[in-house]
Design a protein around this ligand. Structure first.
Ligand code: UDP
Length: 237
C-alpha cells in the first residue's frame, strides 16, 4: 500500500483523552491512541502529534476561578505537556520511538522546539509529540497544529473528533444536520461552519494545507484515511 499521505499531523484534543471519565487521562484511551499511531508508523507514515489540554485545564476557564487569563493559558499549555508525556509513555510501552517537544522550555522532560531537528526526527521514523501549543497565550492547540504542520511540511492535518466529519449544523443538537464529504476553505467560511478556530483555519487556508476532520473513535478511520478512502470531511482548496 502506498500511503495517501507521507507525513501527517494528528491533532488530538485533550478532552478525547478522558474517554468516559469527566476529567484527566483514561488509560484505555492512551492505549487506543498508541496502537492507532503505531499502526500508521508501521506502514511508513511519518507522524507528528499535537495534543490539547482541555481534559485538565483551559485558559478561559481560569477566569471563573479568579486566575488571570494569561496565567491560565500557561496552565493550559502545561496541561498539554502532561498529556504529551502520558502519550509518549504509552507509545514507548508499545515499542514506538518518540520525541516530546515543548514550545515552553522544560529541558528535563522535553526537547526545545527546533524546526530542523523536529523534521529530522520525523525522517528517522520517530513520532514527534508537540506539547505546550505554540508557547504563547491567547492561542489554542489547533493553532499549534496548523503552524507546526506547515513548518514541518506535513501533507495534511488529521483532526480527530467525536463526530464523523463536518455537518451543516451540530449533529448532536440538530437531527436534520447533513454531513459534507468534501468542502473548500471558502465554503467553510461562507457557510459559517466551524472546523478549527479561525486563526488555525486561516493558516491552513493561506498555505493550502488540507484538513481531514474525522471520528477518532472509529478504529478503522485513521488507516482508511491513509489508504486514500473517503473518511470524515476533507477540507481543501
Ligand atoms: N494554550 C495557549 N497557547 C497555545 C496552546 C494552548 O495558551 O499555543 C492554552 C489555552 O489556554 C488552551 C489550553 O492551553 O485553552 C489547552 O489547549 P486547547 O484548549 O487547545 O486544548 P483542547 O481543546 O485541544 O483539549
Amino acid at each position: 500500500m502506498t500511503p495517501r499521505y507521507k507525513r501527517v499531523l494528528l491533532k488530538l484534543s485533550g478532552e478525547s483523552l478522558m474517554g468516559d471519565q469527566n476529567y484527566g487521562i483514561s488509560p484505555n484511551m492512551l492505549t487506543y491512541y498508541a496502537t492507532q499511531i503505531k499502526a500508521l508508523q508501521k506502514v511508513g507514515v511519518e507522524v507528528a502529534v499535537v495534543i490539547g489540554g482541555g481534559n485538565i485545564f483551559r485558559g478561559l476557564q481560569a477566569k471563573e476561578s479568579g486566575i488571570e487569563r494569561v496565567q491560565g493559558d500557561y496552565m493550559g499549555m502545561l496541561a498539554t505537556v502532561i498529556n504529551g508525556m502520558a502519550l509518549q509513555s504509552a507509545l514507548e510501552s508499545h515499542g514506538v520511538y518518540t520525541r516530546l517537544i515543548s514550545a515552553v522550555e522544560m529541558k528535563a522532560i522535553a526537547e526545545p522546539y527546533i524546526r530542523r531537528r523536529a523534521i529530522r526526527h520525523l525522517e528517522k521514523g520517530r513520532v514527534v509529540i508537540f506539547g505546550a501549543g505554540i508557547g504563547s497565550p491567547y492561542f489554542t492547540t489547533d493553532s499549534a497544529a496548523a503552524l507546526r504542520a506547515n513548518e514541518v511540511s506535513a501533507d495534511v492535518i488529521l483532526k480527530g473528533t467525536r463526530v464523523d466529519g463536518i455537518y451543516s449544523a451540530d449533529p448532536e443538537k440538530d437531527p436534520s444536520a447533513t454531513k459534507f464529504d468534501k468542502l473548500s476553505f471558502a465554503q467553510v467560511i461562507s457557510m459559517g461552519l466551524s472546523v478549527m478556530d479561525m486563526t488555525a483555519f486561516t493558516i491552513c487556508q493561506e498555505n493550502n494545507l488540507p484538513i481531514v476532520v474525522f471520528d477518532i473513535n472509529r478504529r478503522e478511520n485513521l488507516m482508511e484515511i491513509i489508504e486514500g478512502k473517503m473518511v470524515g470531511t476533507l477540507v481543501t482548496v
